[in-house]
Design a protein around this ligand. Structure first.
Ligand SMILES: [Zn+2]
Length: 388
């Protein structure tokens, strides 16, 4: 499986050539109900053969040839009914070749030959999935899971030692009450331990976001023990049995929580942008905020594409199709899709990334927006105001 570090490596990969030497190949196995569709492996081979023909026809992208041949071989070994999707990133000239298995949730089988790796399918899978923990907590136990690409991996957990059963059990009255109190103390102690464990894990950077599964009756008692920093990382809580948690359940919860988060974020960014506060909309402003290091979360329309230019010297991105960089004066080159340049920046800088689907209001503001950590122009503005 692909790791976060793998993706960061892909995002940071530098291509200095003028030629398009970076190959990104995604293979999505076909679903059995799509019988009318062509077998995916045949489709994959066709894609590669077409790309090879293009290379020969144009006499360009010679650097991609050897990699295309190799991917053609690989495509021959893939099957439409395999359980996992596959991604290959290659740049032969720089001796770079990486193959990854992915969950079979790609938009389709695709091949890209460009100056950068095409990372959108990965970003869709992973962009909004930072190191995520699911903690299941009840009055006796706590279990912790890593959730990555819809797969749960259990980490260490712990149990509260079972209470000693004294003679007074079953008699009720004063002793029964006493025993009940000590059980409550033990539960409280257990909750404190769990909260402390989460605080330590968060401090060590073992998780970035957290989902807690806990029945409402216990949540009231447990939640006050969570450290404020841990609470900040909490995506949400849901009722769940500690003994009983499947990948599907966790993935569903994650997706629901991400959907809610995305929905709330879109509303927040739009309102922040309207009030000229911590939100910006439209490509020009988003690019500016990215360059200023202001962006905390980035929202991109699912089908968003836009032309832009990129400075060949300083990397400045500009929504205006200018021939010379406004920042350094060197020549620019055209980008067919500015997202190819934005995604690596977002991944590299750990910017939270969401794709937005079917949202008319988001569509109206240009299908790209960002929530900002701070706003440089306004902090300057307030200083001026304060000085005057
Ligand atoms: Zn420049």
């Amino acid at each position: 499986m692909i790791t976060r570090e793998d993706i960061r490596e892909l995002a940071q990969f530098q291509f200095n050539e003028q030629e398009a030497c970076a190959l990104s190949f995604y293979f999505q196995p076909g679903r059995p109900q799509n019988k009318s569709h062509r077998e995916e492996s045949i489709l994959a081979k066709d894609l590669v053969r077409n790309a090879l023909r293009e290379v020969e026809k144009n006499g360009k992208n010679g650097c991609a040839r050897a990699d295309l041949d190799r991917i053609l071989d690989l495509a021959g070994s893939l099957h439409g009914n395999q359980a996992r999707a596959k991604a290959v990133f290659a740049s032969g000239r720089q001796n770079f070749w990486r193959e990854f298995d992915l969950p079979p949730q790609l938009p389709g089988t695709q091949l890209f030959v460009n100056r950068r790796f095409h990372l959108k399918p990965l970003a869709v899978l992973l962009g909004a999935q930072p190191h995520l923990w699911v903690a299941l907590v009840d009055r006796h136990k706590a279990r912790f899971f890593d959730l990555r690409l819809d797969e749960l991996t259990e980490r260490e957990g712990f149990f509260r030692p079972l209470p000693h059963r004294g003679r007074s059990d079953g008699f009720g009255g004063y002793d029964g009450g006493h025993s009940q109190r000590s059980v409550n103390d033990e539960v409280l102690h257990h909750f404190k331990n769990v909260a402390e464990h989460l605080r330590e894990a968060q401090e060590k950077g073992i998780f970035e976001k957290l989902i807690i599964g806990c029945h409402d009756s216990s949540w009231h008692d447990f939640e006050p023990h969570l450290h404020p920093y841990v609470k900040k990382r909490l995506l949400g809580h849901f009722p769940a049995d500690v003994g009983n948690m499947t990948n599907d359940q966790a993935a569903r919860i994650l997706h629901e929580s991400l959907d809610q988060r995305r929905h709330a974020l879109v509303r927040e960014v739009l309102s922040q942008a309207k009030s000229n506060n911590r939100g910006v909309t439209g490509l020009r402003r988003v690019l500016r905020s990215l360059e200023l290091g202001e962006v905390q979360s980035l929202l991109i329309g699912d089908n968003y594409r836009a032309h832009a230019v990129e400075c060949t010297a300083c990397g400045h991105l500009d929504a205006h199709m200018v021939r010379h960089c406004p920042a350094c004066g060197r020549s620019t080159r055209e980008l067919e899709d500015v997202c190819d340049a934005i995604l690596p920046i977002a991944i590299h800088r750990n910017i939270e990334l969401f794709y937005v689907k079917d949202d008319p209001e988001f569509d109206q503001v240009g299908n790209i927006a960002a929530l900002l950590r701070f706003r440089t122009d306004q902090s300057k503005g307030s200083r001026i105001t304060a000085a005057s």
